[in-house]
Structures are given as structure tokens and as C-alpha cells.
Design a protein around this ligand. Structure first.
Ligand code: AMP
Length: 991
């Protein structure tokens, strides 16, 4: 047997035979660190066996002995390496086995085997036809035993038949005609401690140059401040859910989780940790706030400067200490400046009305930095102004109250008449009680009075009257004397007389007969003198009068009192009205949300057709008659059952209409024992389908309603539903074929959206495929479009909204539109490119909703062209108006098909990072930030408006952007969403 042509590029055949066994690791031991390959960010591999790097003899078992042979050669760098070769191409019935030594699986459940080999093209060998082969087989055998000597051939499980991508035909060392092939296969769900690999040759000319066995790990990483450990990928293709632990100085905000995918990449970060108070996030760690800075809450993003009148001397401050003389009230946020008590009120004005007083004053000049100023009134009664005072005690009323007055005014009633009072008006704020300093107040002295009631006791003669005095009441101080002033009406300025008496009555003599006089009376007490009461008008008679004794004729002249009361009422009213806020509740008006135009009738655009909902018909049977052709059951020949629908079986069969050729059809039948409503819903699908006529919408042939079972007849789609079709043909289509399928679906959806039909359940399972790979949208189940029926609107045929396919606004508030269909279309794209993979794998619905809300989007499937993933991401824009329309999608896909090279750049799923996965995106200035988001044309706008630091832009709003001259809505949106990202995604901003 000669090997000279098998691996000629290996310069010399050195007969270096090492007897050392290949390094193996018992499965219960931790793998030595040199077994680890360095992990890259996205995935890392752990090598269990590498025949190239094994120092000694591999020690593999080959049988029969004339089969595989170990040859040691030197590579180009003069490093010895081992190959196994076999080339019994001239002999028949070859069955040569090469078995590796035992390979521990460590913690892996799924391992990958990478083999490098050369294979000789049989055509290039003369006289070997019939005996020469161009493939070999790879097997494995699981075992806990590392010392098995013999394993029976039929105990091995076949992994695959391996063929060369490149076989070589001749030996030409110089030109390197010989080709090295690399193939990777995997074994999943391993459960024993280790396994053996075996290679079976059946007559080929092979040199096995390298065998590497490895498994994949998701490398340790930090996301959202949670540390995720090295995680071995799952045994099958399911994701492994991993809970993260918060990094130092951070706390769980929402349970942090990620999923380790089968190819060793991390997916779907949800939840997060946040830095503890006193710490802020910088490059995935929580760093202490510097002196002079603080962070009070877990939810705060960054350390911020101590507010005015406060300081922090230490690192990691959760709050700043107030300067001397400044305080922080319990309810004050830590971000608020420290404040102090207010100065005293000023400019008091008092208006005394007998025993009441209205006091007003100006607020303190220094509010102490706070808005919560209130006033307290302290009352003292004094003998002389401000002297020999004692507390007023109870019995006095303060309106609205004595303490905690919100406005600088008060009405005080029920004071004693003829009394000196001193009122101290004290100003306070939220920190007054924390201060031990003196109270800040201003004093107001007043003296009360009271009007005397005057009674006309006697009109004794034509020239005199006797008056009696009553009051003042409620005074402890005895009345010393009454003072009467009188004058002729309208002659006050010329002549008036004042009389005084200690008695409670007085006779005024010397009056002119038949003349009208005005009398006013006041009292003097030891507290002081009162004010004159109101005018009392009396006319003397022309004749002498008899004494009046009838009490009914006693006139109580309390005009002034009445006047006073009216004045008081007026003042009180003004007092309260001035302090009141004028408010009204404005009815909240929602902006005119784009409404669901569910049009009945053909009224949309001139020339365009609008879908008519079967419910528009009073009689649903009429809708069926209008849109579906009745077929005679005798024209149908049922062949076999092909599926199960919601209402009964789906069969394939034949339809032969008179004077037409027989066609293959699908027949959906309504199961026996149906309720009327079920019949209506079943035929509803036909009423909808019958309105459509498009090559990418499943075509209705007709219905059978006149006899039982009731049936719906549609065109037959040979390849059934798209999801199972793709799974069955995993990896078998070119990208152009896949894009062609997607183009068809988009075209059907454009037709539906042009007709105002919202599908609501667009998914690969609801697309049917015919023998020409034409995809057609199907499943127009009526239950989904019953907008007014709460039950039906909440549910789809499976009883639930299909969460993974449905746009967030449709899940959240049932906003189903063509734009939400576009979202679902994006998911269908992902299903198609991944050959029927389940969107979001095995994640729970709740996690899917949460992840989408947090900005996560599905990564590109394997071998996905970059432009297709970009289109998917466009379909998954949060704001539905930002998603492309179906018409645009069709145009984009057409361009890809016309220019296939646009599809050649692949979006690498392991390097693709959705925004929420992005590591800290560090910008250090407004300029850098604007450049990063391609908005640097606005740099000057920001500078001119004084937004020169990054922290100053963090809370900008739409209206502020307009104010600084950024008026384009699209640019505002871009800038604001970037600001949101900076805040919400924990993107790192260095300030
Ligand atoms: P459906 O009730 O429309 O979801 O149909 C149930 C199953 O029947 C589908 O998943 C398909 O596998 C099959 N099916 C329905 N309609 C057709 C058709 N027109 N041609 C071929 N198979 C169909």
C-alpha cells in the first residue's frame, strides 16, 4: 500500500511513532485550564480532543490491521503531526475501522466534531472503478468506561456519511492541487461520562489530518450590571435560561436573565441590576460617587453634584450634608437644595372693626429657599401698647385659622372691646422646626372698640331729648363715661356740641323746636375710648311731648352696628375670595388617534376595492351567496385526510365542474353536530376568502351548503403549511428561493392591506406552499376580526393572541392594523430564513413581551443576509408608523432578487448585537454624541442654547428641541430616542 500521494504536502514522512496515549480527562474531574480555548466575547469553545496538538501517539485503535495506518509527518513548520490514512481502493468489500480513545464529555451535552481530511478522486485512479469509494462514515459510542478494548461495530451510532467538498486528482506538491476538507458534525444529548468516535472506511483513499472535539459555552459576561457565568450550551437546540448575579455595589432591580443559545451566544437580556445609592454605573461596574457628588436612589442613573448649600466629603455618598444654618425637611428629596427658615413678614396692615380685625402683611423677603411658607399668629393682651401683656386665652376666633396660615392675611373676631392687643405674626417654612434660631416675627398692636346702643328714652319737650345708653357688651373694663356729639342735620361743619356723662342716660337741652339733629355716641373705658357709633337722626317737636313709656316705642338705634355687620360681611367675603384659586377641570382630549376604519362598502379610493366584513350582512348566508359559489357535492371526490382544522378535517380531493377540467382541491368540512354559530363562523371564512383574487392568496373554489357535511373547497397546495415545509427541508433552498417565498407573502399581504383587510394571525403556519414553491396567505378565520365581540377579539383560534407574532400595540391594547400585520410579517421572515425555528425559541410568552418592551429584537438567523435582518428590524419598529408598508416591502425584496449580490453580506448572529445588548457606548461630549447619532449639524444649536454638557441634554423634551431650532419631526424623534436610550438602556455617558 502506498500513501505517497495522499498527503504529499507534508514534506517528509518521518516515522515518528509515539506510544503515549492521547491526553484524556476523566469526566468527573474539572478540565485542566489548558483544555480551555480563550473565550471570545460572543462564544467560547472548550476542546476535549485535538489530534493536532497531541504531543504523543494518539493511541487510536485501527482494525483490521491492513486498514487505517498512523503516519507521523512533519508539517511546514517542522512540527511533528499524526495522520491516519487508508487507501485500499483496489480491493472490494473494505470495512476498515479507526476508533479514537475514550473522550470525556466533561459538562457538555452537545459536542462538535471538526475533522480535516483529504480524499482522492476515484476518477483520477486507473482501474479502480467498482472498488474505489469517495465517502467514509463517522460513528460514536457513549460509555462510562474509558478502557474498552473492543466495541462491536453495530454498537456504534452513525453520525453521518462524510463526503469531500474538494477531492483531488493528482499529486502536485508545488502547485498544491491537493485540497484539505473541513467538516463539522455534532452529537447532542450526551448523557454518559464519555464516548468513543470511530471512522469507517469502505474503500476510499483518505488521510485524516485532524480531529478536534469541542463543545461550546456562552462566555461569562456582564449585562445590565448582572454577571452571567460561563454556561454550557443545552443538549438540544433549546436555550438555557440563566439568572445573573448583581455586580458589586448593585442590587436587583428586576430579576436579570439571559438565555444561552445552542451556538454559544447570549440572547435576550431582560431585567437588570442597578447601582446602590452612592454608586453609579461606569463600564459595567458600580463606581463610588466622588466627594461633592451623591446618588440617592437605586433608580437614579448617575451621581450628581451636591445641591446648593450642601456638600459631601466622602466617596459613595447617598446624600449630601447641609451647610450650617441650612436644613433638609423629611419630605424633601435629596436632590433639593438645603434651605433655612424664612425671615420675618413685613408691612403689616390692620383694619379694626370694633372687636374684629383684619390683618394683612407682605411675605418674608427671604423665603429661606422654599415655597412652603406658612404663618402663625400669637396673640397677647396688653394694658398699654406692648406692655404688661398676657396671653389672650381662648374665645378669640381666627379665620381661616391661627396656625399654619397659607396666605398672608387673617381675620380675627370676638376680641374684647376697648382692649389693646399685640399680635405677633410669625413666618415659618418646612425647615423652621429644625432650626434652633430665634423666631422670625413682626408685631402688630391694635385697640378694639364697640359701638354704644342708644335708646331714645324721652322727647320731653320741643327743645330737649333724653337718651339712654346700652353697652358696650363683653367688656371687663367698666365704662367710665359716655360721650355724645350732636349737631343740626346738614350743619355739622358749622356747629357741634359734645356732652359727657358717667350715667347711662343723658338729657340734651337747648334744642331748636321742629329741627332735625344728628346724635352720635361713644364710650370711654379704662382700656381706652371707642369709636362713635352710627348717626341717629331725631326731629324735635313743635309742641311739648308726653313721656314715652311704651316699650314698643323704644327705638334701638343700632344703625352703626348694622352698618358694621354689612362691612364685616363684605370684608370677609373679599378676604376669602382673594385667597381662593380659580380652577376648572379641562376635559382631557385625546389626540385624534388614527381610528380603525373598518369600512363597510366600497368607498375607499376611487378604483380600489374594499373588503366587506361578513357581519355587515344581516343574514350571513347572504354573504356566503354573494361571495362564494355553491358547488354540487356530486362534483367532489374526496381522496385522503391531510390535516385538521378548527371545525373539522381537511382533505385533499378532486373537483370536476361541468365543461371544466378536473382539478385537485383541498376540502374543509364542518364536523357534524355543529351549532348555528359554528356554521356561520365556518362559512364566514369562505365569505372573506371569496372576496380575494390574488396569486398569493389562497383561492376559494366554492362551498357546499345545500347538503351535509357543509364544505369549503379551495385550491390544493401540495406542500402544505410553510412552517412544516421549511422544517422538512432545512437548509435546502438558496437564499433567492427564500426571498422569492417572502416576496410572494408580502405581495399577498399588500393586496389584503390595500383592501383594508387586517389579517391578525400572519405566521408561517398560516401560509400554504404549492408545488412551485408559491406561498399563499391563508387562514381567514372569522373569530379574529370580530372587533365588537370582546371574547373573540381577545382570542385567536388557539384561544390566545399569538404573542410571538403580534405587534406590541396589538397585544397591549388590541390595536390591530396593517402595520401590526407588518410586524408579524417580520416574524415570518425570521421563520423562513431560520427554516421554521420557533420565534424566541422556548422563552415564555411573558418573557417575550417583557424582552420586546425592553428593546430586544430577534437576532439574525444563521446565514441570514444582513439586508434581510435589517428589513426584519424595520418591521419590528416600536412605533408602528415607522414600519415599512407592504408595498415598500415588495419593492425592497424585488430589488434584492434583481441584485442578488446585495444578499451576499451575512449578518453574523454571534456578532450582531441588538441595541439592548450593546456594551457601553461611551460618548464624552455633546459633540461626540451628536456625531454618533449623525446629527452633528445641530451642534451649534445646542451650544447657542447652553446645552454644553451631556447631563444637560439628558432631560430635553420635544418642545425644548423646537425652541432651540430643531423643528424637523424626524430629527426630533431621532434625538429624543437617542436620549431615551442613553437613559433607559443604561448606556454609559461620561460627564
Ligand atoms: P386550516 O384549518 O386552514 O388551518 O388547515 C389545517 C391544515 O390543513 C393546514 O395546516 C394544512 O396542513 C392543511 N391545509 C389546509 N388548507 C390546505 C390547502 N388548500 N392545501 C393543502 N393543505 C391544506
Amino acid at each position: 500500500m502506498s500513501f505517497w500521494w495522499i498527503y504529499p504536502s507534508l514534506l517528509t514522512f518521518c516515522t515518528l511513532f509515539y506510544c503515549q496515549a492521547l491526553r484524556t480527562y476523566p469526566s468527573n474531574e474539572v478540565l485542566p485550564s489548558d483544555a480551555l480555548h480563550p473565550c471570545v466575547l460572543t462564544s467560547c469553545t472548550v476542546t476535549l480532543l485535538d489530534s493536532m496538538s497531541a504531543a504523543g501517539d494518539l493511541g487510536w485503535v485501527a482494525y483490521p490491521s491492513e486498514g487505517w495506518e498512523e503516519i507521523s509527518v512533519m508539517d511546514e513548520r517542522n512540527t511533528p503531526m499524526r495522520t491516519y490514512q487508508v487507501c485500499n481502493v483496489l480491493e472490494v468489500n473494505q470495512n476498515n475501522w479507526l476508533r479514537t480513545s475514550w473522550i470525556p464529555r466533561g459538562e457538555a451535552q452537545r459536542v462538535y466534531i471538526e475533522i480535516k481530511f483529504t480524499l482522492r478522486d476515484c476518477n483520477s485512479l486507473p482501474g479502480v472503478s467498482g472498488t474505489c469509494k469517495e465517502t467514509f462514515n463517522m460513528y460514536y459510542y457513549e460509555s462510562n468506561n474509558s478502557n474498552l478494548w473492543h466495541i462491536h461495530e453495530n454498537q456504534f451510532i452513525k453520525i453521518d456519511t462524510i463526503a469531500a467538498d474538494e477531492s483531488f486528482t493528482q499529486v502536485d506538491v508545488g502547485d498544491r492541487v491537493m485540497k484539505l476538507n473541513t467538516e463539522i458534525r455534532d452529537i447532542s444529548n450526551l448523557y454518559k461520562k464519555g464516548f468513543y468516535l470511530a471512522f469507517q472506511d469502505v474503500g476510499a483513499c483518505i488521510a485524516l489530518v485532524s480531529v478536534r472535539v469541542f463543545y461550546k459555552k456562552c462566555p461569562t459576561t456582564i449585562r445590565n450590571l448582572a454577571r452571567f457565568p460561563d454556561t454550557v450550551t443545552g443538549g438540544d437546540s433549546a436555550l438555557v435560561e440563566v439568572k445573573g448575579t448583581c455586580v458589586n455595589n448593585s442590587e436587583e432591580f428586576d430579576v436579570p436573565k439571559m438565555y444561552c443559545s445552542a451556538d454559544g451566544g447570549w440572547l435576550v437580556p431582560i431585567g437588570r441590576c442597578s447601582c446602590k445609592p452612592g454608586f453609579e454605573e461606569k463600564r459595567n461596574v458600580c463606581q463610588p460617587c466622588r466627594p461633592g457628588y451623591y446618588k440617592a436612589l437605586l433608580t437614579d442613573l448617575y451621581c450628581t453634584k451636591c445641591p446648593p448649600h450642601s456638600f459631601s466629603l466622602q466617596d459613595s455618598s447617598a446624600e449630601c450634608t447641609c451647610e450650617r444654618g441650612f436644613y433638609r425637611a423629611k419630605s424633601d428629596p435629596k436632590s433639593m437644595a438645603c434651605t433655612r427658615p424664612p425671615s420675618a413678614p413685613s408691612n403689616p396692615i390692620s383694619t379694626v372693626n370694633e372687636t374684629s380685625v383684619i390683618m394683612e402683611w407682605s411675605p418674608p423677603e427671604d423665603s429661606g429657599g422654599r415655597m412652603d411658607i406658612t404663618y402663625n399668629i400669637h396673640c397677647r393682651r396688653c394694658l398699654l401698647e406692648g406692655q404688661k401683656c398676657s396671653p389672650c386665652g381662648s374665645g378669640i376666633h381666627y379665620i381661616p385659622r391661627q396656625f399654619g396660615l397659607p396666605h398672608p392675611r387673617v381675620l380675627i373676631t370676638d376680641l374684647l372691646p376697648y382692649t389693646n392687643y399685640t399680635f405677633d405674626i410669625e413666618a415659618l417654612n418646612g425647615v423652621s422646626e429644625l432650626s434652633s434660631g430665634p423666631k422670625q416675627f413682626i408685631s402688630v398692636n391694635i385697640t378694639t372698640s364697640q359701638v354704644v346702643n342708644v335708646i331714645l328714652k324721652e322727647r320731653k319737650s320741643k327743645d330737649s331729648v333724653t337718651l339712654a345708653f346700652q353697652g358696650p357688651e363683653k367688656t371687663n373694663d367698666a365704662v367710665v363715661e359716655y360721650e355724645v356729639i350732636y349737631y343740626e342735620k346738614n350743619h355739622k361743619d358749622q356747629n357741634y356740641t359734645i356732652l359727657k356723662t358717667r350715667s347711662t342716660s343723658m338729657t340734651v337741652d337747648g334744642l331748636k323746636p321742629g329741627t332735625t339733629y344728628i346724635f352720635r355716641v361713644r364710650a370711654h373705658t379704662i382700656g381706652g375710648q371707642g369709636v362713635y357709633g352710627g348717626e341717629i337722626e331725631l326731629e324735635t317737636s313743635t309742641e311739648d311731648m308726653i313721656a314715652i313709656t311704651d316699650p314698643n316705642q323704644i327705638t334701638i338705634l343700632a344703625i352703626s352696628v348694622a352698618g358694621g355687620v354689612i362691612l364685616l360681611i363684605f370684608l370677609v367675603t373679599c378676604f376669602f375670595v382673594s385667597g381662593r384659586h380659580c380652577g376648572y377641570i379641562k376635559a382631557k382630549q385625546d389626540p385624534d388617534e388614527d381610528k380603525m376604519h373598518f369600512q363597510h362598502g366600497r368607498v375607499k379610493l376611487p378604483g380600489s376595492r374594499t373588503y366587506i366584513h361578513p357581519h355587515t350582512y344581516e343574514d350571513p348566508n347572504q354573504a356566503v351567496r354573494d361571495f362564494a359559489k355553491e358547488i354540487d357535492a356530486s362534483n367532489i371526490r374526496i381522496e385522503r385526510v391531510i390535516g385538521a382544522g378548527e371545525f373539522g378535517e381537511v382533505c385533499s380531493g378532486w373537483l370536476k365542474l361541468p365543461s371544466k377540467r378536473e382539478i385537485c382541491v383541498a376540502i374543509k368540512s364542518l364536523k357534524v353536530g355543529y351549532a348555528e354559530r359554528q356554521r356561520r363562523d365556518f362559512l364566514g371564512e369562505a365569505s372573506i376568502m371569496g372576496q380575494f383574487d390574488h396569486p398569493n392568496i389562497i383561492r376559494l373554489e366554492g362551498v357546499v351548503t345545500k347538503c351535509k357535511p357543509v364544505m369549503i373547497i379551495t385550491e390544493y397546495m401540495e406542500n402544505g403549511s410553510l412552517d412544516s415545509f421549511l422544517k422538512k427541508h432545512d437548509g435546502q433552498f438558496t437564499v433567492i428561493q427564500l426571498v422569492g417565498m417572502l416576496r410572494g407573502i408580502a405581495s399577498g399581504m399588500k393586496y389584503l392591506s390595500d383592501m383594508n383587510y387586517v389579517h391578525r394571525d400572519l405566521a408561517a403556519r398560516n401560509i400554504l406552499v404549492n408545488s412551485n414553491l408559491v406561498c399563499k396567505v391563508s387562514d381567514f378565520g372569522l373569530s379574529r376580526v370580530l372587533e365588537d365581540d370582546p371574547e373573540a377579539a381577545y382570542t385567536t383560534r388557539g384561544g390566545k393572541i399569538p404573542i410571538r407574532w403580534t405587534a406590541p400595540e396589538a397585544i397591549a391594547y388590541r390595536k390591530f392594523t396593517s402595520a401590526s400585520d407588518v410586524w408579524s410579517y417580520g416574524i415570518v421572515m425570521w421563520e423562513v430564513i431560520s427554516y421554521g425555528e420557533r420565534p424566541y425559541w422556548e422563552m415564555s410568552n411573558q418573557d417575550v413581551i417583557k424582552a420586546i418592551d425592553e428593546g430586544y429584537r430577534l437576532p439574525p438567523p444563521m446565514d441570514c443576509p444582513l439586508v434581510l435582518h435589517q428589513l426584519m428590524l424595520d418591521c419590528w419598529q416600536k412605533c408602528r408608523s415607522d414600519r415599512p408598508k407592504f408595498g415598500q416591502i415588495v419593492n425592497i425584496l424585488d430589488k434584492f432578487i434583481r441584485n442578488p449580490s446585495s444578499l451576499s453580506e451575512l449578518a453574523n448572529s454571534s456578532t450582531w448585537q441588538d441595541p439592548s445588548m450593546q456594551d457601553s457606548f461611551t460618548v464624552t461630549s455633546v459633540e461626540e454624541w451628536l456625531e454618533a447619532i449623525k446629527m452633528s449639524q445641530y451642534m451649534e444649536h445646542f451650544t447657542m442654547a447652553g446645552y454644553v454638557t451631556l447631563d444637560s441634554v439628558l432631560y430635553l423634551s420635544n418642545s425644548e428641541l423646537s425652541k432651540i431650532g430643531i423643528s424637523l419631526a424626524g430629527h426630533q424623534k431621532k434625538i429624543l430616542s437617542s436620549i431615551q436610550n442613553l437613559q433607559a438602556l443604561g448606556t454609559h455617558v461620561q460627564i
